[in-house]
Write a protein that binds this ligand. Structure first.
Ligand SMILES: NC(=O)c1ccc[n+]([C@@H]2O[C@H](COP(=O)([O-])OP(=O)(O)OC[C@H]3O[C@@H](n4cnc5c(N)ncnc54)[C@H](OP(=O)(O)O)[C@@H]3O)[C@@H](O)[C@H]2O)c1
Length: 252
């Protein structure tokens, strides 16, 4: 079935920033594919859209698995016949253990999801955007303040998010000839399962533990929707949205 609505694919759409963004896109008149590993979580998130849920699709997907990503984009092609925006949002963190104690499997899981998963989804979206008529689209990568500065004991997360900045810049260059824009949102302290430890107290650069201010995911969703709604010849290359009083803006 084809659609005249704009079409977005959002990974990690069952919870947190991804869910808030997917619901905001639906409310704004987009068709949205919700992707994440847990089908029941995706179905519940989509149901929160009420009548707009008819314009959604929930596809259980592990972004770190090439076959699973191929199946997601095949389902999107089948249902919507195009893609206008990919929000590469699925992400994981690793336990904050000293660098020398970090198990390899924790490193690998974070990098496989945050970096390789973003690459796999971006490549599948890029191919669809290149081949469709009208050609083009936009890929929005979810980076982090950790794409700019580390927290203590955060090597896999920080390394993967710095790498996302490289992915954003590369796709933005390689996509030019096909009308594919690529940009990055860098979020600081949105209240989600992944970030709730910030609100409880998180280790600072000097070893002190501090409770940090948090923002609401709906405010992040508004920023992502704003980036998505630009005409394709306009690209908000980087957008940082963070809690006004978080320590990042001062000395670490
Ligand atoms: N919250 C913040 O302050 C903050 C700050 C900077 C950046 N971010 C970024 O924002 C993104 C979303 O995080 P969040 O804060 O909203 O936390 P969250 O609620 O934990 O969301 C992460 C989502 O990613 C999905 N996911 C994890 N591994 C996956 C995989 N292999 N394949 C597919 N989906 C996977 C999870 O769903 P399943 O478990 O069902 O797969 C979950 O819905 C992440 O990239 C994170 O790094 C968040």
């Amino acid at each position: 079935m084809s659609t005249t609505r704009k079409v977005a694919v959002i990974t990690g759409a069952g919870s947190g920033i991804g869910k808030a963004t997917a619901l905001a896109f639906l409310k704004d008149g987009w068709s949205v594919a919700f992707a994440g590993r847990r089908q029941d979580t995706l179905d519940a998130a989509l149901a929160e859209a009420g009548p707009d849920a008819v314009n959604g699709l929930a596809v259980a997907t592990d972004v770190s698995n090439p076959q699973s990503v191929a199946a997601l984009f095949a389902a999107v092609q089948h249902r919507f016949a195009r893609i206008d925006v990919l929000f590469n949002n699925a992400g994981q963190n690793a336990p904050g253990v000293p660098f020398e104690d970090l198990p390899y499997d924790k490193w690998k899981s974070v990098v496989d999801t945050n970096l390789s998963g973003s690459f796999l989804c971006a490549q599948a979206a890029f191919r669809m955007m290149k081949g469709q008529n009208p050609q083009g689209g936009r890929i929005i990568n979810n980076g982090s303040i950790s794409a700019h500065a580390p927290r203590p004991d955060s090597a896999p997360y920080t390394a993967s998010k710095h790498a996302i900045s490289g992915l954003t810049r590369t796709i933005s260059l390689d996509g030019r000839k096909y009308g594919i824009a690529c940009c990055q949102v860098d979020v600081g302290n949105a209240m989600t399962g992944l970030a709730e430890r910030m609100a409880k107290g998180v280790k600072q650069a000097d070893g002190a533990v501090k409770v940090e201010p948090m923002i609401n995911v709906t405010d992040v969703a508004k920023s992502v929707l704003f980036m998505a709604n630009q005409p394709l010849d306009v690209n908000i290359y980087h957008l940082m949205v963070m809690a006004t009083n978080m320590p990042y803006a001062g000395r670490g």
